[in-house]
Design a protein around this ligand. Structure first.
Ligand SMILES: C[S@@+](CC[C@H](N)C(=O)[O-])C[C@H]1O[C@@H](n2cnc3c(N)ncnc32)[C@H](O)[C@@H]1O
Length: 341
C-alpha cells in the first residue's frame, strides 16, 4: 500500500469516526431535551413507560431508544431500556455532565446551516437566531452554566479582589446579559452581603434565572428583569457591573455602552468584563482547546457579533475614563478585564 492511499484511508476513518461522534451528540441532545436521560436515571423502562415518564410520543420514543442503543447511550434487555455509563453522563444533573457537548453540537449545526444560507447575501439576522429553535433556547443557559459555573467559582471568584470589596461594601452588582443568572447566584452564595440585579433580552432567560434564584433561596437578594443592555436603569448606586460573554453582543455600540457603565458606577466601582480571548496569532486557533472558539465565531457573525481581543476592550474602557486591568485564565483562553471608575 503506498503512503498516499494509506493517508486517505486514515483520513476516511477519522471522518467516519467524526460523523458517528456527531450522531452520538445529536442523539444525546434529544435525550437531554426530551428528558429521556433523567427519566431513566432511577430505573430502566419499556418504550411505553419511558414515553409516559418523559411525556413524549411513543413512536418517537421507540425510534430514539433504538438509535440510542445503537450508539451505546442505552442498554436493552427484554424490551427494557436502561442508561449505559455514557448515557448517564449526559444527564443534565450528573456531576460534570456531558450535556453541554450535546447542546453545543445541535446549536453548532443550526448556526452552520444559517451561515451556509446567509453567506451569499451577507445578511446577519442578529440575536433572534438563538430563539429560532425552541428546543435549544432553554438549554442555552444551563449549557453556559455547566461550562463556566464551576470554573468561575473555583478559579475566578476567589482570585479577583473586586468581589471581596463588593461584599465589604454590601453593594449592588448588576449582570448585563445575565442568561440564566448563574453568575449572580454564585456570587451571592459566596458573599452574603452582595445584592444583585440581572438583565437579559430573552424573557425565557429571566424566567429561568428567577426560578433558579428562588430554588437557591436567594430571591431576597437577587432579582432579574427583561430588558435591553442599551436602556438599563437601576435606580440606585451600583458598585459592580458584570458582563459575561455579553460585551461582544453590543460591541458595535461600545462607546455608548462603556459611557453608560461608567455613569452607573459609584466612584471606585468596577466593570468586570469576561470574554473568551480572541488570539492575536491565528495559528493558535489550531490548538484543539481553541478550535471551538473559531467555530463559535461563525455563529457570532450570524448574530452580528465577533469575539474580541483584551487590548481592544482595555482601549474602549480607557476611552470612557475607566482604568483597566486584565486577568487571564484557562491558559490564556479566558480574559477578565476589570475597569475601575
Ligand atoms: C453568550 S450569552 C451569556 C449569558 C450569561 N452572561 C452567561 O455567561 O451564561 C449572552 C447573553 O447576552 C444577552 N444579550 C445580548 N445582547 C443583549 C442586549 N442588547 N440586551 C440584553 N441582553 C442581551 C443574550 O440574551 C444572552 O443571554
Amino acid at each position: 500500500m503506498n503512503a498516499a492511499v494509506s493517508t486517505q484511508e486514515d483520513q476516511k476513518k477519522a471522518v467516519v469516526a467524526a460523523a458517528q461522534g456527531a450522531m452520538t451528540l445529536n442523539l444525546a441532545f434529544i435525550g437531554v431535551s426530551g428528558g429521556f436521560f433523567e427519566a431513566l436515571a432511577s430505573s430502566g423502562a419499556s418504550v411505553a413507560e419511558l414515553a409516559k415518564r418523559a411525556g413524549a410520543d411513543e413512536g418517537y420514543t421507540r425510534r430514539w431508544c433504538e438509535a440510542a442503543f445503537a450508539f451505546g447511550l442505552l442498554d436493552q434487555a427484554e424490551g427494557v431500556y436502561s442508561l449505559t455509563d455514557l448515557g448517564a453522563a449526559f444527564r443534565p444533573s450528573a456531576p460534570d455532565s456531558f450535556m453541554p457537548f450535546a447542546v453545543q453540537s445541535v446549536l453548532g449545526a443550526h448556526m452552520a446551516e444559517r451561515t451556509a444560507t446567509l453567506l451569499r447575501t451577507g445578511e446577519r439576522p442578529g440575536e433572534k437566531v438563538l430563539g429560532e429553535r425552541p428546543s435549544i433556547l432553554p438549554w442555552f443557559g444551563p449549557m453556559l452554566e455547566a461550562n463556566f459555573g464551576t470554573f468561575f467559582e473555583r478559579q475566578i471568584l476567589p482570585v479577583l479582589q473586586v468581589f471581596r470589596a463588593l461584599d465589604e461594601r454590601g453593594g449592588v452588582a448588576v449582570d448585563l446579559g445575565c442568561g440564566n443568572g448563574w453568575y449572580l447566584r454564585k456570587l451571592a452564595a459566596r458573599y452574603p452581603h452582595v445584592r444583585g440585579v440581572g438583565l437579559d433580552g430573552f424573557d425565557e432567560n429571566i424566567r429561568l434565572a428567577t426560578e433558579a434564584a428562588a430554588r437557591a433561596g436567594l430571591s431576597s437578594r437577587l432579582s432579574f428583569r427583561a430588558g435591553d443592555i442599551h436602556d438599563f436603569t437601576i435606580g440606585e448606586p451600583v458598585s459592580l457591573i458584570a458582563m459575561n460573554r455579553a460585551l461582544h453582543h453590543v460591541w458595535d455600540r461600545k462607546g455608548e455602552v462603556f459611557a453608560k457603565l461608567r455613569d452607573a458606577l459609584v466612584p471606585g466601582g468596577s466593570a468586570v468584563i469576561w470574554e473568551p480571548r480572541w488570539p492575536d496569532d491565528l495559528a493558535t486557533l489550531r490548538d484543539p482547546k481553541r478550535r471551538p472558539l473559531a467555530y463559535q465565531n461563525l455563529g457570532e457573525h450570524v448574530q452580528g457579533n465577533h469575539f474580541l481581543r483584551p487590548a481592544e476592550i482595555e482601549a474602549a474602557m480607557r476611552e470612557a475614563g475607566l482604568s483597566p486591568e486584565t486577568f487571564l485564565f484557562a491558559e490564556g483562553g479566558e480574559a477578565v478585564i476589570v475597569g475601575t471608575r
